[in-house]
Design a binder for this molecule. Structure first.
Ligand SMILES: Nc1ncnc2c1ncn2[C@@H]1O[C@H](COP(=O)(O)OP(=O)(O)OP(=O)(O)O)[C@@H](O)[C@H]1O
Ligand SMILES: [Mg+2]
Length: 236
């Protein structure tokens, strides 16, 4: 029996999109979804395109407002309901508990790669020099050559940008990591490097939820699968 602490506990989550500009159509994407993740697990979301996998991650991160249900995330030892929490609480949960890595790097122009990666750590109060040292370690591990560390990543190749994004997402040892196709532009060697980072995160007790285009990658890093199936998109 799995006795590890529950870090994510979702109850009866319902998510709809109300399309005001398109005849006031309501699209219900998730309904009655129950989902629980414990420390040390990596749950891989499966299901067809458009089923709502990214929507579930965005609800967990508090980017999308749930229509109903609870999204409990353990933060400082207390379960916080992301579905109803004040936005300031959500920002604090994101700063220290919830990491989110999407497919694309979105950063402020002219910030150097080293600082892009170090920034989330600095925001948790880590001194700049130690944050940069950790960032350098991650960039090295992900094969980003040192000559690129002191320039901004805007002009980097797709795979380089994706690795910078992963380094940034793993800079803080977040208790919960949400990964939305973070390896889509990577070659096998770099995927392997990312698999190593996910393995380390699980070993330190993080709860990881991931969407991976590559089924073999999901099988390699995942401890179990969670299937998200499309529901009837009836107007509600
Ligand atoms: N911001 C939004 N506004 C309106 N509809 C949305 C929005 N975000 C997602 N949807 C709709 O919700 C459904 C699920 O989308 P989602 O991106 O979660 O799918 P997915 O399972 O991640 O698919 P894929 O594997 O293609 O990435 C889709 O029909 C999509 O059009
Ligand atoms: Mg998606």
């Amino acid at each position: 029996m799995n006795t590890a602490p529950v870090l994510i506990d979702v109850h009866k989550l319902e998510k709809s999109f109300h399309l005001h500009t398109q005849g006031d159509v309501t699209l219900t994407v998730l309904r009655g979804l129950d989902f629980r993740v414990t420390a040390g697990e990596c749950v891989v979301l499966s299901g067809p395109s458009g089923a709502g996998k990214s929507t579930l991650l965005r609800c967990l991160y508090g980017n999308y407002l749930a229509r109903s249900g609870q999204i409990l995330v353990r933060h400082d030892g207390t379960m916080i309901d992301i579905a109803t929490a004040h936005h300031r609480t959500i920002l604090d949960v994101r700063r220290r508990t919830l990491g989110y890595v999407s497919q694309f790097l979105r950063v402020v122009p002219r910030v150097t790669t080293l600082n892009v990666v170090a920034e989330p750590l600095v925001h948790t109060g880590t001194p700049v020099e130690s944050a940069r040292a950790k960032a350098a370690g991650l960039l090295t591990r992900l094969g980003i050559p040192e000559r690129l560390w002191h320039v901004a990543p805007q002009t980097f190749s797709g795979g380089e940008q994706q690795r910078v994004n992963i380094a940034r997402g793993f800079a803080v040892d977040y208790p919960v990591l949400l990964l939305d196709e973070p390896t889509s532009a990577l070659d096998p060697e770099n995927r392997q490097r990312v698999a190593g980072l996910i393995e380390d995160a699980k070993n330190r007790g993080a709860a990881v939820v991931g969407i991976f285009h590559d089924h073999d990658f999901g099988s390699m890093v995942g401890t179990r699968w969670f299937d998200v199936q499309p529901i009837a998109k009836a107007a509600a």
